[in-house]
Structures are given as C-alpha cells and as structure tokens.
Ligand binder design. Structure first.
Ligand code: ATP
Ligand code: MN
Ligand code: MN
Length: 301
C-alpha cells in the first residue's frame, strides 16, 4: 500500500490539470517544481482556497517564466484571462473607476494559474461590499536575523491583547518569513475605522514593548525588532490568501494553523505545494474547521 500511495502522489504531482500549457516549465529553480505541479496543487486545494479567494478583489503575483525571472503584481483586468476571471469596478482615489480582478470558482482560479500566477493576494473585503472589510490582518515582519521564535512570541502576544479587547484571532503562516494574525470581522465598519483601529492598536503595542516591536514601516526602525505591519488594513491593500503558494524558494504556501499548533511550528514555510493532500486533509480537520470564521465587531474606541 505505501508503494501505491507513493505512486499516486507522484502521479498527482506530475499530471497537470486540463488547460495548463507548458506543464514541464520549471517555475522554481531551487526545487525544480514545475508549472504543472503548481497547477496540480491549486486543483487539489481549490475548495479551501476558494473559501478565501472567491468574490474578493485580488492581486496576482504572476511569474510567467518562473520565479527566477520577472514577476509582477497584477490587480486590474488585462482582458487576457478569459471568461472565468471577472472584474468589479472600484473607485480609485482620484475619482476614476478601475476594473479589479476577482474569481468565484475553480475555473477562474485555474485560468489565473495558466497565466503564470503563483500567488493570490486578496482585499480584506468582498466584492459585494468593498468598503466594509470582513477581515483585519496584522502582518508580523521580523528584522533580518530575528528567529521565528520571536515572531511566534509576538503572535501570541497579539492574540492575547486582541482577546483582551474581545476579538478572536487566528494565525496564518505566511510561507515567507512571518506570521499573519487574522481577525475576522462582521463588516459593520468601513475601511477608515478599521485602519484607525489597526494603527492605534499597533502603535500602543509598540509603545508598550519598544524593545520588541515597531509600528513604523521604516526599515531603520526595525533593528532587531518586529514590524507590526498594520498597513494591510487600509483600503486597496492586500494580504496573501490562505493556501496561496509563494514565489519563493521551494514554493512554500501560506498555511492556516491553530494557536496550539503554532507553538511547535519551526518555520513559516512549513508546507509547500507538494503538500496539497495534507493541507486539504488539515483544512477539513476538526481543529481547523472554523479557522478565522467569526462575526465580530471592532470594540468601541
Ligand atoms: P513575509 O512573511 O515574508 O513578510 P508576506 O506575505 O507577509 O510574507 P510582505 O512583504 O510582508 O510579505 O507583504 C505583506 C503583504 O503586502 C503581501 O502579502 C502582499 O499582499 C502585500 N504586498 C507586498 N508587496 C506588494 C506590492 N509590491 N504590491 C502590492 N501588494 C504588495
Ligand atoms: Mn509580512
Ligand atoms: Mn509587510
């Protein structure tokens, strides 16, 4: 049986879903992972990914020639994605309206992958109510050289401070260097109020623990500290979506974990696109069902 299982896994990893061209193109030179393997991963995790990706304005990180070559963020419809990738008109600061990308099914998601997408980043709001976020994200960005233990410690501290304000939160391994602390919201407040809360919360935490945190995005302020990146919580900002792959060495993925699990995790790149089956199984597990799902309002000032 183990042999059959291994064969099945190898097959799943090499068989590209229909409609994916150049499946043998290596997209990550560090691991040799191909576009076909990436597409197979996305086909596998479609359901848990779409729970976050569907009907949200998205920014795609596209690397048509692989992550070692040119990659770019794309947020507007270029008209080349086909019928399954939709656009939602969103007002810009200057008053004009631009078509932002969104998908609402696996076909749309795979069309993005076919176009060289490696990463999916989402707004904190849904297309039906772009002005009212249903999610706040604290992106913990450690200074170079700070270990993951320090990031974990910071994440637990945020969890406790948020809980003190009546807010439940969940940790997301970014797949890169940090953790995102995700706070689901009931979409009863609009962007300015959410940004204001995130800013005040982060500044207060940095003031209370100046040795460990900064709420200032300037790199020089980060020296040996963790930047509490609250700027993910302003209108137009995005954060990597749960189950998105990352265009980084060995193609890790952004992975939901429980607070209990976080204690033992040793790296934010714990899972990669080769772990699709395990991630799907985890997503359906009792511990992770209901991850970052809660209807909660920001506390009154
Ligand atoms: P890490 O844990 O390594 O920091 P990350 O996903 O948190 O991974 P950041 O550089 O901290 O990476 O960026 C946070 C988020 O900001 C990203 O997930 C992305 O959605 C958004 N972002 C970063 N750079 C850009 C950019 N050039 N254009 C648009 N959005 C960006
Ligand atoms: Mn980050
Ligand atoms: Mn950041």
């Amino acid at each position: 049986a183990p042999a059959a299982k291994a064969t099945k896994r190898a097959k799943a990893a090499t068989q590209a879903p229909a409609g994916i061209t150049s499946p043998d193109r290596v997209i990550d030179p560090d691991s040799g992972i191909t576009k076909g393997q990436l597409a197979a991963y996305y086909a596998e995790v479609a359901e848990p990914l779409l729970a976050w990706l569907s009907r949200r304005p998205v920014s795609l990180v596209r690397c048509p020639q692989g992550r070692a070559k040119h990659c770019f963020f794309q947020k507007h419809d270029s008209g080349s994605f086909g019928d399954h990738v939709h656009h939602v008109p969103i007002r810009e600061k200057d008053g004009s309206t631009e078509p932002y990308l969104y998908v609402d099914d696996a076909e749309g998601m795979m069309a993005c992958v076919q176009m060289g997408t490696i990463e999916f980043h989402g707004w904190g709001s849904m297309i039906e109510a772009v002005e009212a976020p249903d999610r706040m994200v604290f992106d913990l960005d450690p200074d170079e050289g700070l270990g993951f233990e320090a990031v974990k410690h910071a994440a637990f501290l945020l969890r406790d401070e948020l809980a003190g304000l009546g807010l439940k939160s969940w940790p997301l391994l970014s797949g890169g260097k940090g953790v995102h602390v995700v706070v689901p919201l009931d979409a009863s407040a609009e962007w300015p109020a959410v940004k204001d809360f995130a800013s005040r919360f982060s500044r207060a935490l940095a003031a209370a623990h100046p040795d460990r945190f900064t709420a200032n995005m300037k790199k020089v302020e980060r020296k040996g500290r963790i930047f509490l990146d609250w700027l993910r919580n302003q209108r137009g900002a995005t954060a990597v979506l749960p189950y998105s792959a990352r265009a980084r060495a060995n193609t890790p993925v952004a992975a939901p974990v429980t607070w209990e699990e976080l204690r033992d995790v040793e790296t934010p790149a714990r899972w990669s696109v080769l772990d699709g089956a395990e991630l799907v199984k985890r997503a359906g597990s009792k511990a992770l069902r209901g991850w970052a799902v809660a209807r909660q309002a920001l506390p009154a000032a």
